[in-house]
Structure formats: structure tokens, C-alpha cells
Design a protein around this ligand. Structure first.
Ligand code: IMP
Length: 434
């Protein structure tokens, strides 16, 4: 298949540690889509969307669910907690949204997150002590571990209730043995089986071969938006290992996580915040603390303030790390960038962009492969004059204050990637176009 107008596929991915406002960007992209899909990760991801009066938190279901004409796919590359998926479906229904099996498709080949994975995630984090990863405790790592170890349970197995209940029970018993040896709390197997069998019955109509569904859509000339989760620096290959998630949220993961070829991809949209944020442990070279950090983070009173959607933890914040952003552009081959939260930078006298690192006295523009290297990186900053104007009502790039344009131009140049859209507030309409 050649790239063509009759089958467009967009992919977009967070550019560093997640939290770039991807939900917001995919909400905007999915308004023009027929299908939105998730390819990797599980309910460790979280998007907070502001829809009219409502505040909606999504963890598993793609943001396209908000647009009645869009179908949503949970791809084979995901790890899915079925109990939490049922909860999310109910919550969306409570908002009056149509979440029927015609609109939501769950891959037979996705792997299940079981209570064993939740317990193992907790036990591993506790045992790591001070060097813990800072996971979301959603069982992500252990679920992918079982997948790669070829003993995971897949979503399609829920279709045969008896066989599923038996396999599930065996997996939990095995884990209870392990947990007992490690001195951790044991799983209530009986309760878990009951809960999962119930969830399986509820999800059965949604389970299907999603690769075929996507292929049919693409062949019919429909637009598919693949919604990235996490970010490049959380990628198990390209991230600050071991402080990463256990999947490939970079662009390659979209292909294996859904099952379609690169020939279908027309655009790769990177979502970046106008400054840097991070949840969890591990090095963050441009991290700030004190009053500057408080201004970037917000107080937590607003949903768009920098507190994790999934965990509620205050996010670490800092100046824009251009070294990492350029790295993300290299790894993902972004055709364009969406920059979020430019409005938060109004009123700063000056702004800094990290354009290189100094590591052990050497200057470099590369992201070190080792987490120790990144921990030793001192940022080299370029300083830009700030702007005092409120930008929240601006809708065209040319109407932005000259210093804001200068800041954006510097980012685009550094990354060799055009910035097509900038968000300047939490409302759907608060977007500035090129
Ligand atoms: P896990 O994915 O729960 O195993 O967590 C591994 C690392 O990825 C931790 O640092 C988490 O904070 C981080 N992480 C996982 N998902 C997200 C996300 O959607 N946004 C931001 N950080 C995430």
C-alpha cells in the first residue's frame, strides 16, 4: 500500500516523559478522524479532558469516544485490566456517551492485567526501596513481563469462561507462592476469580480482531488516529532505562501494537509541552524547584495544573529540555509538533531552553544512553526574553507576541520540525494555528 489520500493514518506520541497534554491534542485530531486507537500501555496512562462543563479522566479508552462518529480501538500491544475497563465504560456511559460494541473494539491479542500483576508491581517497588521506579502500580511491568515470558493471559481467552477461570486461577496460585516467599500480602483468589469472570462476561461483545477492523477502515479510505501514551523517555528501548515503562510508546510501537504497515502512515504528530514535566523517579536535567517551579506547576486547584491524572502526584517541572525534544523528533520522525500550555509562560521576564548538556566537562547535544549519564548532565541554557501579554484568546500564530513567536521559532529550529498548533488554555477552542 502506498501513502494516499484514501487511507490516512496519523500517529502522535508524547515527546518526553508523558504528560504533554496528548489527550487534548488527540481530542482535536480525532474530531477529523473515523477511528482512534491505542497501541501500547494500559491504565497507567491518563488524559484529563475538559468537555463543556465536565471533567473527564480517561485511562484506557481513546479520546475519540467523545466524538459520536468515531470508533475506538484498544490494540493488541496493550495490557488491559478488564475490571478497570468495565469501570471506565460505565463512567463514560454516565456522561451519556455511546460506548456500544459497535464503537469500541478490544483486541483478542491484548494481554490481561491480573491481580497477580498488581501485587507483583507493589512487591517489586517495595523491594527496590530508594531506587524504586516510581511506577503507577497498575501492574504494567509484570503484565508485559509475562507476555514476553510467554505465559500471559490474553483478552481473547475470556471468551471461553471455564477455560479462562481455570488459567486465571492457576496464575494467581503461582503468584501467591511467590508473594508468600517475599513476605507480601496474598491475593484473595476466590474474590478475584469472581470479579474477573464478571468483567469477562461484560466485555465479551467488545472483543474482536482489531487489526482486521483497522485494515478494513484504512482500505475504505477512513482516517485512523493512533493515540500515543507515555512518551519517548519512558520507552523501554529509548527511555532513561530502567526508569521507563515496559512498552514502546515511540512510533514503532504503534505499528506492532495495532498490526498495520508503515506504508499507511501519513503524519506523525509529536505533542510537547512548552516547558518540561515528569512524574516518577529518575533524572530530569532541567528540573526546577522553588517559586519558578510553583508557577509552572500551578497550585492543583485547576485540572490542568501539573498533577498526575492517574496517580494525583505533583509533577516535577522545569525549563524546556531541547536536547530531549530533538531526540524525540529523531526517534519518532515527527512531521509536525503540537506545543501545549504556552499560556502558562506569559508573565515570565525571561525563559530558558536547554540546548545542550555538559557531562563530566564535555559539551554534548546527545541524550546519554545510561541513566547515570543523564543524572550527571548539567543543562546549558539559551535565554529568551519573555512576554507579559495574555495569549489565551489568540488563534493565529501571527497574532502572538513577538517574543512568544521567537520562543516557538527557536524550538522549531532546534528540532528541525515545524510547530503547527499551539494550545493557550484548557478549552477545546483555545488553539493557535499556523
Ligand atoms: P509503569 O508504566 O506504571 O510501570 O511506570 C513506569 C514509569 O512510567 C513511572 O515513572 C511512571 O510514572 C511512568 N508513567 C507510566 N505511564 C505514564 C503516563 O501516562 N504519564 C506519565 N508517566 C507515566
Amino acid at each position: 500500500m502506498r501513502r494516499g489520500n484514501w487511507h490516512a493514518c496519523h500517529d502522535h506520541t508524547g515527546r518526553q516523559w508523558g504528560d504533554e497534554g496528548k489527550g487534548r491534542a488527540v481530542d482535536y485530531l480525532s474530531a477529523q478522524a473515523d477511528v482512534t486507537a491505542r497501541a501500547t500501555g494500559g491504565d497507567n496512562a491518563g488524559h484529563t479532558l475538559n468537555v463543556g462543563e465536565h471533567l473527564l479522566k480517561l485511562h484506557l479508552v481513546p479520546s475519540g469516544i467523545l466524538h459520536p462518529h468515531v470508533a475506538c480501538v484498544l490494540g493488541n500491544g496493550m495490557v488491559i485490566n478488564p475490571v478497570n475497563l468495565v469501570k471506565e465504560i460505565e463512567e463514560l456511559r454516565g456522561f451519556g456517551l455511546d460506548v456500544s460494541p459497535e464503537r469500541l473494539k478490544v483486541s483478542t491479542r491484548a494481554h490481561l492485567i491480573t491481580p497477580a500483576h498488581l501485587a507483583l508491581d507493589r512487591a517489586s517497588e517495595r523491594e527496590r526501596g530508594d531506587s524504586k521506579i516510581g511506577t503507577t502500580l497498575r501492574g504494567i511491568g509484570p503484565a508485559y513481563g509475562d507476555k514476553v515470558d510467554r505465559r500471559g493471559i490474553r483478552v481473547g481467552e475470556m471468551l471461553d469462561v471455564e477455560a479462562f477461570a481455570q488459567r486465571f486461577e492457576e496464575a494467581l496460585s503461582r503468584t501467591n507462592g511467590d508473594l508468600a516467599r517475599r513476605g507480601a500480602d496474598l491475593i484473595d483468589i476466590h474474590g478475584a476469580v469472581e470479579q474477573y469472570v464478571k468483567a469477562a462476561a461484560r466485555l465479551r461483545p467488545y472483543i474482536t480482531d482489531t487489526s482486521m477492523f483497522i485494515d478494513d477502515a484504512l482500505r475504505a479510505g477512513k482516517r485512523v488516529v493512533v493515540e500515543g501514551a507515555q512518551g519517548t523517555l519512558l520507552d523501554v528501548d529509548f527511555g532513561s532505562y530502567p526508569f521507563v515503562t515496559s512498552s514502546s510508546p515511540t512510533v514503532g510501537g504503534a505499528l506492532t501494537g495495532l498490526g498495520f504497515g508503515p506504508t499507511y502512515v501519513d503524519r506523525v504528530v509529536g505533542v510537547a509541552k512548552a516547558f518540561s514535566t515528569r512524574v516518577g523517579g529518575g533524572p530530569m536535567p532541567t528540573e526546577l524547584d522553588g517559586p519558578l517551579a510553583d508557577r509552572l506547576r500551578g497550585t492543583g486547584a485547576n485540572f490542568w495544573d501539573e498533577y498526575g491524572t492517574t496517580t494525583g502526584r505533583p509533577r516535577r517541572v522545569g525549563w524546556l529540555d531541547g536536547v530531549i525534544l530533538r531526540y524525540a523528533c529523531v526517534i519518532n520522525g515527527f512531521t509536525e509538533l503540537v506545543l501545549t500550555k504556552l499560556d502558562i509562560l506569559s508573565g515570565f521576564e525571561s525563559l530558558q531552553i536547554c540546548t545542550a548538556y555538559e557531562i563530566d566537562g564535555e559539551r554534548t547535544t546527545e541524550v546519554p544512553a545510561s541513566v547515570d549519564g543523564l543524572a550527571r548532565a548539567t543543562p546549558v541554557y539559551e535565554t529568551f526574553p519573555g512576554w507579559s501579554e495574555d495569549v489565551s484568546e489568540i488563534r493565529r500564530m501571527s497574532d502572538l507576541p513577538a517574543n512568544a513567536r521567537r520562543y516557538l521559532d527557536a524550538i522549531a529550529e532546534l528540532c528541525r520540525t515545524p510547530i503547527d498548533v499551539v494550545s493557550v488554555g484548557p478549552e477545546r477552542a483555545q488553539l493557535v494555528h499556523a
